[in-house]
Design a protein around this ligand. Structure first.
Ligand SMILES: Nc1ncnc2c1ncn2[C@@H]1O[C@H](COP(=O)(O)OP(=O)(O)OP(=O)(O)O)[C@@H](O)[C@H]1O
Ligand SMILES: [Mg+2]
Length: 332
């Protein structure tokens, strides 16, 4: 029998009260992260990807309402006190944030920020921490490490700040790395370098990686498994090859058709299915994707389909039973 997954999320919801009704940022998410796996999470802007990652480390905004369960090994993260949480954050589970400026302290030197986790959680000397910090900067392709270590965040370019944050997240070799669009602000070459750095870290230390992106093409290159989010829910979840060969959710099919291919003109099917993601404060009664779905049936407008295991390891939340392929035949 395989080992239980270190991270088990069940029925996780993240809501924000507002004057226009509760904003449902994450809805009833069930998700496991297995030891050493590379899991991709994909979905359009506003689908709840960042809110899901932030909830895992209990970094949601103060007025957020969290429900459900997030178990990390024997600990229920939703119940931990701050002291116990700080033993997990940055040390066992670390995060690369979507916006580097919110994660870096403008008043502290880069070196101090990169090495903090080593000084707090690992019993390493100042000199050893400095050495590892410089090594880490090198591995994210920031040269002149000793000089950079003495600089402040504003003295670095945006792309460099992003890489500093990645160095910070990797230095303690965490068991799980949560990476929120770690490469969108970077140029394509550096992007590829960052992704191979993640893969290298995983091969060397067995760190599991959860990579959030809106780009299914990126996920296809690196992930073992992928979860597709829409309007705060997981719509489909499957091993990567399975998802590409046999998508079972119309939204996944639409996302797939929107991946640019070198041998074909860029399709506009995501646009051509029409509409936009729903407002998280006013979700439709049934399936949130129904208003845009070309396979829509009457039941879709009243009953939100549960996430069920349609084939081993392949989960989908959709009432449609038969094969997909309408988009492909339209494209032909
Ligand atoms: N502090 C907050 N208060 C109220 N609503 C919020 C808050 N933070 C996020 N939301 C809402 O939660 C929903 C999910 O947002 P989230 O940032 O997780 O999306 P995302 O998938 O990461 O999008 P993107 O690809 O643009 O980063 C959105 O409707 C957003 O407006
Ligand atoms: Mg986000």
């Amino acid at each position: 029998m395989s080992a239980p997954p270190p991270l088990r999320i069940r029925g996780l919801s993240v809501g924000y009260p507002s004057d226009h009704g509760a904003i449902q940022a994450v809805r009833e998410v069930d998700l496991d992260v297995a030891a050493g796996e590379f899991l991709g999470i994909v979905g359009e802007s506003g689908s709840g990807k960042t809110q899901l990652l932030l909830a895992i480390l209990r970094l949601s905004a103060p007025h957020a309402r969290l429900a459900g369960s997030i178990r990390y090994r024997e600990q229920e993260l939703l119940q931990l006190n701050v002291r116990a949480l700080n033993q997990v954050r940055g040390n066992r589970i670390s995060m690369v944030f979507q916006d580097p400026m919110t994660a870096l302290n403008p008043y502290l030197r880069i070196g101090r920020q990169i090495t903090e986790v080593l000084r707090v959680h690992r019993n390493v000397s100042g000199r050893e921490a400095e050495r590892r910090g410089i090594e880490m900067l090198e591995s994210v392709h920031i040269p002149e490490g000793p000089r950079r270590m003495r600089q402040y965040p504003h003295e670095l370019s945006g792309g460099m700040r992003q890489r500093v944050m990645i160095a910070m997240a990797l230095i303690a070799e965490p068991e799980i790395l949560l990476a929120d669009e770690p490469s969108t602000a970077l140029d394509v070459t550096v992007q590829a370098q960052i992704l191979s750095l993640f893969q290298e870290l995983r091969a060397r230390t067995g760190t599991a990686i959860v990579l959030v992106t809106h780009d299914l093409g990126v996920i296809a290159e690196v992930a073992d498994r992928v979860a597709v989010m829409y309007a705060g829910r997981i719509m489909e979840q499957a091993p990567i090859h399975e998802l590409f060969a046999h998508p079972r959710h119309p939204y996944t099919e639409a996302l797939q058709q929107s991946i640019p291919r070198i041998d074909a003109p860029r399709p506009t099917h995501l646009a051509s299915i029409g509409g936009a993601p729903p407002n998280a404060a006013a979700l439709p009664a049934g399936c949130a994707f129904a208003p845009r779905c070309i396979y829509r049936m009457p039941i879709c407008e009243s009953i939100d389909p549960p996430l069920i295991e349609a084939a081993p390891g392949h989960w989908k939340a959709c009432h449609h039973q038969g094969p997909l392929g309408k988009l492909r035949s339209e494209a032909a």
